[in-house]
Design a protein. Structure first.
Length: 107
């Protein structure tokens, strides 16, 4: 399950959406139109973007979820959640597998 998400941020976001952990649609807070989910390869990020040409407001896919403020990519958090469920969560495991420091693992 998790191997396919290890390098694909959009797939990890879609997996979380399918389980109700992330928004599956957003309304633009600026103009009220529907937003489109887009992958930002240059930033290794998935963002919502307003479809209205005159607006183009963007926000992180993490905005308004419990992932908001988390610096780790969603795919890393998905793997971390799996590890947590399997009780593979020693600090040394998190540091080696997810490149997380002590504060990130505890948050």
């Amino acid at each position: 399950m998790c191997a396919r998400f290890a390098n694909d941020e959009m797939a990890a976001v879609q997996f979380m959406q399918g389980r109700g952990l992330m928004h599956d649609r957003r309304i633009c807070p600026r103009c009220g139109r529907y937003m489109v989910l887009r992958s930002r390869e240059d930033r290794d990020d998935v963002r919502w973007r307003c479809g209205r040409k005159e607006c183009r407001k963007e926000m992180s896919a993490k905005t308004g979820t419990w992932f908001q403020g988390c610096e780790q990519p969603i795919r890393t958090m998905l793997l971390f959640i799996r590890a947590w469920a399997e009780k593979w969560t020693t600090l040394s495991f998190c540091r080696g597998s997810f490149d997380m420091n002590e504060m990130a693992a505890v948050d």
